[in-house]
Design a protein around this ligand. Sequence first.
Ligand SMILES: NC(=O)c1ccc[n+]([C@@H]2O[C@H](COP(=O)([O-])OP(=O)(O)OC[C@H]3O[C@@H](n4cnc5c(N)ncnc54)[C@H](O)[C@@H]3O)[C@@H](O)[C@H]2O)c1
Length: 263
Amino acid sequence: MQNFQHKAFDELFDLSGKIAIVTGGANGIGKATALRLAEAGANIAIADLKIEDAQAAVKDIEALGVKALAIECNILKDDDLVAMVDKVVAEFGTVNVLINNAGGGGGGRENPTKISVDDIRRDFELNVFSGWRLCQLCVPYMKESGYGSIVFTTSMSSINKSPNMSGYGGSKAAVNHMVANLTHDFGPEVRINAVGPGATRTAALESVLTPEIEERMLSHTPIKRLGEADDIAGAMLYFAAPISEWVSGQTLFVNGGGVQTLD
Ligand SMILES: NC(=O)c1ccc[n+]([C@@H]2O[C@H](COP(=O)([O-])OP(=O)(O)OC[C@H]3O[C@@H](n4cnc5c(N)ncnc54)[C@H](O)[C@@H]3O)[C@@H](O)[C@H]2O)c1
C-alpha cells in the first residue's frame, strides 16, 4: 500500500535522476518528449531506427545537463528490444519511464481491397506488440526501483471512423484498451497511460498533408491550428512525472479540442 504525501510545487514535474527510454525519440513527437523529460531532470535513452538522428538528439539532450544515450533499435525486432533494454540498464542501472512512441501505418492508405493481412499485421506489430513487449521487459526494473511510468503514443485515429484507416485505427484503439487493462497488472509501483495526438506537425504528417486537407481539419478544430510536437510532449511529461501519481489506465487526447481526419 502506498501512502499519499502532499508534494511541494517544484516536485510535481521533477524527474531528476530518473531513467527514461523514448522509442522513436530521434524525431517528431518522440524528440520533443525526450527534451521535455530531460528538462525535468531525466537521463534519456533514445531508441530509434535512425541512429544518426538519435545521436543528434542526444547532443541536444546533453546540452540540458543530463545524460543521454543513442541506441539503434528497430522496434519490430525482438532481439533489438531485448538488447536495447539491456544496454540502458547496463549504462544507467534501471528504467523508470518508458515512452512507447515509435509507431505508424495508416495515412489513408489502407484500402482493404488493395492491402494484405501482412500490412495489417505490421500495424499491430508496430503500434501494439512492440510496446507490450517493452512493458514486459521494463516493468520488473520499474517495480524494483519503486518508480515507474509508461506512456504510449496512441492517436485520435483510435476513436475516429474513416475510410482506409482500419489497420492503423484498429491498432491504436487496441493500445487504449490494452493500457486500461495493463494498469491492473502493473500497479501499484507502475502507472501506464496513453496520449492520443490529433494531427501534429511532424515528418509523418507532412507526408500526407495538403493545404486543402489542413483547411478542412481546421474547420473542425476549435483551437485554430494544427498540433506541434511540443503540445504532445506536455501531456507526456504530465503522465511521466509525479504530478499524475494517481492517474493510470487513461488515454488523453491532445487535439485542439477537435477532430482532424484525412477524408
Ligand atoms: N504526427 C501526427 O499527426 C500523429 C498523430 C497521431 C499519432 N501519431 C503517432 O505519434 C508517433 C510518432 O510519430 P511522429 O509523427 O512523431 O513521427 P516522425 O516520423 O516525426 O518520427 C518517428 C520516429 O520514429 C522512428 N521510427 C519509425 N519506425 C521505427 C521503428 N520500427 N523502430 C524504431 N524507431 C522507428 C523514426 O526513425 C523517427 O525518428 C507514432 O506512434 C504515430 O503513430 C502521430
